[in-house]
Design a protein around this ligand. Structure first.
Ligand SMILES: C[S@@+](CC[C@H](N)C(=O)[O-])C[C@H]1O[C@@H](n2cnc3c(N)ncnc32)[C@H](O)[C@@H]1O
Length: 223
């Protein structure tokens, strides 16, 4: 029984392997160029960085390569993800990786202490995103960055083509999974995300589409 909420019927191990296999492509040079231009330049060298739904921990590892003096915190509800993250080598000395349900538990972080919080392909899974966004606001330091990277709505035919051509999925089982995932991955439009962020008190500083399936928003608590 999968403990994550991917809705795709994949086991925890399958989701872990998929996240690991696609990591380099999802967080490629174009991602880091965008990150550096809009988020990185706002971060202090000893930034506190928090990844919610950190999965295998590879984004935190990459952040640590760029910010060796950072303090890194990763939270995920899936044991296999946290286990994978814990066996990685991190450049920063201070790294915590915690099994934690972001929906039901407050973050074990003091208010106004995080310089960067990130959620990548996680928030769309939650039934109600506003409490999580409020919690992110609580922990962000003044001028801190919330980086949201998530699925955006696409037409059914485009989504199925993407799974076939980009994810190289084929066969009846893959098609069944694609239909099962379609409502979750295509829940929010770009406008919906912007509305949610505004409703939760975030100002969007920049956004980009590096893949047609996803948008990345760089945001900060509105004054
Ligand atoms: C699609 S994966 C993305 C993982 C990682 N952010 C990445 O981009 O490689 C979604 C992750 O969110 C985690 N997740 C789902 N619901 C969660 C919750 N309520 N609290 C914490 N993590 C959660 C899952 O366990 C999974 O690792």
């Amino acid at each position: 029984m999968p403990t994550h909420q991917s809705l795709g019927g994949a086991s925890d191990e399958e989701l872990l392997q998929r996240m690991v296999a696609t990591h380099a492509e999802r967080f490629d040079a174009a991602f880091w160029t965008f990150f550096d231009a809009h988020a990185g330049r706002r971060l202090p060298p000893r930034a506190v960085m928090v990844d919610l739904g950190c999965g295998p921990g590879l984004l935190l590892r990459d952040l640590g390569e760029r910010y060796p003096d950072a303090v890194l915190h990763g939270y995920d509800v899936t044991q296999a993800m946290i286990a994978h993250a814990r066996q990685l080598t991190f450049k920063p000395a201070r790294v915590t990786l915690t099994l934690h349900d972001v929906v039901t538990q407050p973050l074990p972080l003091a208010s106004a202490t995080a310089n960067l919080t990130s959620m990548s392909s996680v928030l769309h899974v939650f039934d109600e995103p506003l409490p999580t966004l409020a919690e992110i606001r609580r922990v962000l330091a003044p001028g801190g960055i919330f980086l949201l990277n998530d699925w955006v709505r696409q037409p059914l035919s485009t989504y199925l083509d993407y799974r076939r051509d980009v994810l190289n999925e084929s066969g009846p089982e893959a098609l069944k999974r694609a239909f099962r995932l379609f409502p979750a991955h295509n829940k929010y439009t770009v406008e919906d995300w912007r509305w949610l962020l505004g409703e939760a008190g975030f100002e969007v500083l920049a956004q980009t589409e590096l893949r047609a399936s996803h948008r990345i928003f760089v945001t900060t608590p509105a004054r």
